[in-house]
Design a protein around this ligand. Sequence first.
Ligand code: NAD
Ligand code: GLY
Length: 360
Amino acid sequence: MQTLNVTLGERSYPIHIGCGLLADAALLSPYLKQKKAVVVTNVTVAPLYLEALLGALAQSGVAAQPVILPDGEQYKTWETLNLIFDALLGSHCERSTTLIALGGGVIGDMGGFAAACYQRGMPFIQVPTTLLSQVDSSVGGKTAINHPLGKNMIGAFYQPRLVLADLSTLDTLPERELAAGLAEVIKYGLIRDPDFFVWLENNLDALIARDKEALATAVARSCANKAEVVAADERETGERALLNLGHTFGHAIETGLGYGAWLHGEAVAAGTLIAAELSARLGWLTAGDVRRIEQLFVRAGLPVNAPKLGAARYLELMRHDKKVQDGKLRLVFLEQIGRAVVADTVSEADIAAAIEARCT
Ligand code: NAD
Ligand code: GLY
């Protein structure tokens, strides 16, 4: 097992990464202050991993109540969030009852938001079971639900007390979901870790084959990058915005097509290629580097062209982005592989041209 730390003063927390962790009572018990807990999960993950987690909790003397939600991005809504509150209130959960999110990023984001709101904040543990949630969404405290007009628009910053990334759970992940997680892994190489990008070029096949050693390296390196960024800029007043490379375009794809049509990681991949295309058109990235990025995404099984919604519709959707300031779009660009910047000086005409060039 490897352990990293997210350093945020008294709200610091560990990320444990390894195989078989969710059944390990000793890892969970120091974080459980009550004999009662709630496990928020979904109909897909519950039959696979709920029993093992409940067993570990029982070994720690904790009786946990499962809350089993429908599965899918389209359920990341107020209505589903309210099902969590119904369960918390119905079973008289207290402010010190721990909420454990067992699942991918949808469950982690919604469970975290419920934990942030319930009685103004209850302890929260992330047990991420997708590659994407292990490398990104379970770390850093962004929690949210979607609104029909914009992705992740309603939410809160609320840090977990513990992240348990059990690599064994990735064995049951569908191939398409593994690929979606790779989009966020590649992101860290692109924005701040050029050596990791090269490592990914050399080890992508092992990751796709779910080699545990390769997965452990990729998850730990991704989490180390994210933990550093979050420790420096928890509330995204600066550097943290770089973690959104490709996301403004990607969120427009997700909202524009209807939540769940494209996976988040797929939309981020296509969005990242629009950002790379635009960076090249501005003279910041070489055509050779754009090709290198495209090749890695193609090898990962990810889309490198975006759906044809029309540039005007993209721009309309992108105006709901959380990085918009004084009505101006702020986007993440690549200066080179391993170095990203945020800029608000690029014209909408240039942005529209790059979108059109990358839409099929
Ligand atoms: P997801 O939560 O929808 O999970 C993907 C699918 O895999 C679901 O059908 C899920 O039930 C299933 N699944 C989960 N674990 C499994 C397992 N071990 N075996 C088999 N099936 C399993 O999607 P995701 O890609 O994990 O997360 C995407 C979400 O995360 C989006 O809503 C996105 O906005 C959010 N996100 C948040 C942050 C953040 O910082 N909070 C960062 C990135 C993404
Ligand atoms: N996933 C982007 C962030 O956590 O800031």
